[in-house]
Design a binder for this molecule. Structure first.
Ligand code: THU
Length: 143
């Protein structure tokens, strides 16, 4: 599935829609993530917080859990992530360190290097997962 303009717009729209379902009563910082697979499927997630704050899950981690939970084991081609437009300086957010590692798991399973589409207020920043997490440790190391 080529990340052409149309597919990218679809992925970003899915991430934006997912953010509407965020459970983020503590931070009031709603994040949406959308994963694009080689077969064209899009799997989304939003952040899920917890009264025990440290247990909160990021949108990207929730999306990867859903994808793995429905049997996907690779084929990850792109990821879109979007935070609230009215927080911070509106610059695109990038996945946190833990989420980079979680994304790497499913990417490495299928030997892909997904492009991470980070959506800000007035800017979209695209960066390869391998650039966000160089020299990554992953499942292949355990073979
Ligand atoms: N968060 C995400 O879901 N993804 C990111 O890439 C950055 C941070 C969440 C975690 C927490 O629920 C809230 O945003 C504030 O940090």
């Amino acid at each position: 599935m080529m990340l052409n303009e149309e597919t990218e717009a679809r992925l970003i729209a899915a991430a934006r829609e997912a953010a509407l379902h965020a459970y983020a009563p503590y931070s009031d910082y709603q994040v949406g993530a959308a994963l694009l697979f080689a077969d064209g499927a899009v799997v989304t997630g939003s952040n899920v917080e917890n009264a025990s704050y440290g247990l909160s899950l990021c949108a990207e981690t929730v999306a990867v859990s859903r994808a793995l939970g429905e049997g996907r084991r690779g084929g990850l081609e792109a990821v879109a992530v979007i935070g609230p437009e009215d927080k911070g300086d509106g610059a695109p957010i990038t996945p946190c360190g833990r989420c980079r590692q979680v994304l790497n798991e499913i990417a490495q399973l299928g030997s892909t290097d997904p492009v991470v589409v980070c959506v800000g207020k007035d800017e979209v920043r695209k960066v390869a997962l391998s650039a966000l997490l160089p020299h990554a440790f992953g499942p292949a190391h355990l073979d």
